[in-house]
Design a protein around this ligand. Structure first.
Ligand code: FE2
Length: 168
């Protein structure tokens, strides 16, 4: 079985793959507008990818890795607090993206294409930096301080976080 760490790294690579698709989606909106053939479908796919992959990845980190790591390092300040804050910013941007897709689906055009591109642009700018912080600071820290028992605990919490959102 893949270790939690391997899974986290893999999810980050998936998120980077999503960003490539996001950039392509924005380009299409800018070039063709949402009335272009298949452009709205492309945006719906992106919405699904962000909701399904990125947000569930955040949840797994927040409900499994961060709490266990928080026993070793202060979680009210320092890297955990900073990363949690960034997760909150991404959730906000994701909501803006969703809202814009919904407005465009409803046929509204007044400024919504621009809002969608703005939200996507912010996600594309900030997410790679966020991933880099986790991979260069937090994950090595977890590797250093967590015992095998604690990793098993992370695994348990991780499975619980998954079970809470997926129907059995
Ligand atoms: Fe992450």
């Amino acid at each position: 079985m893949e270790s939690i760490m391997e899974e986290l790294f893999r999810q980050h690579r998936d998120a980077e793959g999503m960003l490539v698709k996001l950039a392509a989606g924005v380009k299409r909106v800018e070039r063709e507008g949402v009335n272009g053939a298949g452009v709205l479908d492309h945006l719906r796919d992106l919405r699904r990818a962000i909701q399904g992959e990125v947000l569930s990845h955040f949840r797994e980190e927040e409900q499994a890795l961060f709490p266990v790591l928080g026993r070793h390092i202060d979680s009210a300040s320092g890297p955990i607090a900073m990363l949690m804050e960034e997760h909150a910013i991404f959730r906000q941007l994701e909501l803006q993206f969703e809202e814009a897709v919904a407005a465009l689906e409803a046929g509204l055009r007044d400024g919504w294409e621009e809002k969608l591109c703005d939200a996507a642009g912010s996600i594309a700018r900030l997410l790679p930096l966020h991933i880099d912080k986790e991979e260069s600071v937090l994950f090595p820290m977890a590797d250093d301080v967590l015992s095998a028992d604690e990793w098993a605990q992370v695994r348990r919490l991780w499975n619980e976080a998954l079970a809470a959102v997926q129907p059995a």
